[in-house]
Write a protein that binds this ligand. Structure first.
Ligand SMILES: C[S@@+](CC[C@H](N)C(=O)[O-])C[C@H]1O[C@@H](n2cnc3c(N)ncnc32)[C@H](O)[C@@H]1O
Length: 351
C-alpha cells in the first residue's frame, strides 16, 4: 500500500530524525577514533587499513563504517573509503575549531541530559542537573567539581565559538572600541580573536574562577593556546560582583540566552551603570526567528538550558533583546541579523 506521505519531505526528515541519535554517536565515535583524519591523509583506504589504524575489531568497524556511510559523511568507492567534502572540512582537522571537539562535548554533556527532558519541562526546572555533583543551581558552577569534564565542555564551546566568531570581530562597531569587558568570556578565545583583529583594543574577560584558570592555560588545562598581553582576566560572579569601570564596551557573547528576563535585565543594568556616556553594549549569540518557528541550533540550545544548564533561558528572538536593551536605558538599539549559525548581534549605546 502506498504511504500517503511518501512524497512529503517531512517524512524523510522524520525517518532521519528518529535514527539520528544513533548516527550522531556513530559519527562522534568515528571522529574520536580519528577515522576522518586518517582518511584525509589516506583517501581510498580499505577497511583493513582503517582497522589497523583504529584498533577496532573488524566486525565492529564494519558496523561503524556502514552507519557513517549512511549519513553521507563517508563515501565508499571501489571498496575504499573517502571523506565527503563536509567531513574533510569539519571533522578531519585537529585544530581548536574542529567539530570533533563539539561532538565530544555534546555527547558527554548535552545529550545524556536530554533523556530527562519530559521530566524537566514538566517540573519547570533543570532536573537533569542532578547527574552532576554539587548543589549549585547551574551547570557552569557544578562543572567546577569535575575539571576534566569542564575542560571538555569549554573545548567544545570554544570550537563552536571559533566557527562563528569571525562574523563578530569583523563588525564595524569595534572600530573605535578601546577596552571591551567580555562578560562570561569563557576561556578567552573570543577576546583573543578580537584583540588580534583590532590592534588598539584590550579586553577584560570576566568569568568564574575555575574558568579563568582555563583561560590562563591553567596547570592541568593545557587547551588554551596562551593568553595575549592585551587580554586581562577578572575572576568572579557576573551577578554578584561589580562590573569594573573603564571599559567603553560590554560584550555578552553566548551569555544572556542562559538566563530569564529578570537575570538579563539585571546584567544589562550593570552594563549600563558601568559604561561611560557613548559606551556600547553588544549582545552576540543565537537568535530564533521572530515568529519562533525556525532555528535548529537555537532549538537545541533552548532545550539544553532548560533541561540541564540553567533551567531557564532560550535563543531569544532579536526583538526580545532589543526590547530589553531599551528598558535598560540603551539608545540607538538595533540588530545585525543573519550571521552564520543562526547568530545575531544586538547593539545599544549609552547616551
Ligand atoms: C555559553 S558560555 C560563553 C563563553 C564565551 N563568551 C563564548 O562566546 O564562547 C557562558 C559562560 O558564562 C559563564 N558564566 C555563567 N554564569 C556565570 C556567573 N554567574 N559568573 C561568571 N561567569 C558565568 C560560564 O562559565 C561560561 O564561560
Amino acid at each position: 500500500m502506498k504511504n500517503e506521505h511518501e512524497d512529503d519531505p517531512v517524512l524523510d526528515r522524520f525517518h532521519f530524525l528518529v535514527n539520528a541519535p544513533a548516527l550522531f554517536n556513530a559519527v562522534t565515535t568515528a571522529a574520536e577514533l580519528r577515522v576522518f583524519s586518517f582518511l584525509s591523509g589516506k583517501p581510498g583506504a580499505q577497511a583493513e587499513e582503517i582497522r589497523a589504524f583504529s584498533g577496532l575489531p573488524a566486525h565492529q568497524l564494519r558496523v561503524l563504517l556502514q552507519a557513517v556511510c549512511t549519513t553521507g559523511l563517508l563515501e565508499r568507492r571501489d571498496g575504499g573509503y573517502h571523506n565527503s567534502a563536509v567531513a574533510e572540512e569539519l571533522l578531519a582537522p585537529d585544530g581548536p575549531d574542529s567539530w570533533r571537539h563539539i561532538l565530544t562535548g555534546w555527547k558527554e554533556v548535552y545529550y545524556p541530559a536530554f533523556a530527562h527532558m519530559t521530566q524537566a519541562l514538566r517540573a519547570g526546572t533543570n532536573t537533569a542537573l542532578r547527574i552532576h555533583p554539587g548543589d549549585e543551581p547551574t551547570l557552569y558552577e557544578r562543572l567546577a567539581h569535575n575539571p576534566p569534564l569542564e575542560e571538555v565542555f569549554h573545548r567544545a564551546m570554544t570550537a563552536f565559538t571559533l566557527r562563528s566568531v569571525d562574523a563578530l570581530i569583523e563588525q564595524p562597531v569595534f572600530g573605535d572600541v578601546q577596552h571591551v569587558l567580555d562578560v562570561g568570556g569563557g576561556d578567552g578565545s573570543t577576546s583573543a580573536r578580537l584583540v588580534a583583529r583590532h590592534p588598539g583594543m584590550r579586553s577584560t574577560v570576566f568569568d568564574m574562577p575555575s574558568v579563568s584558570r582555563l583561560a590562563d592555560g591553567g596547570q592541568d588545562a593545557g587547551h588554551s593556546a596562551g593568553r595575549p598581553d592585551r587580554v586581562d582576566l577578572l575572576a568572579g560572579d557576573i551577578f554578584t560582583d561589580p562590573f569594573p569601570d573603564g571599559p567603553d564596551a560590554v560584550l555578552f557573547s553566548h551569555v544572556l540566552e542562559i538566563f530569564d528576563e529578570d537575570g538579563i535585565l539585571h546584567l544589562l543594568g550593570k552594563a549600563y551603570a558601568s559604561l561611560p556616556p557613548g559606551g556600547k553594549v553588544l549582545l552576540y549569540g543565537y537568535n530564533v526567528s521572530d515568529d519562533e518557528t525556525e532555528g535548529i541550533f537555537g532549538a537545541r540550545l533552548g532545550l539544553y538550558f532548560n533541561v540541564l544548564a540553567s533551567g531557564r533561558g532560550m535563543a531569544y528572538p532579536a526583538r526580545d533583546y532589543e526590547r530589553w536593551l531599551g528598558r535598560a536605558g540603551f539608545e540607538e538599539v538595533r540588530t545585525v541579523g543573519g550571521l552564520p549559525y543562526e547568530h545575531g548581534l544586538s547593539l545599544g549605546v549609552k547616551r
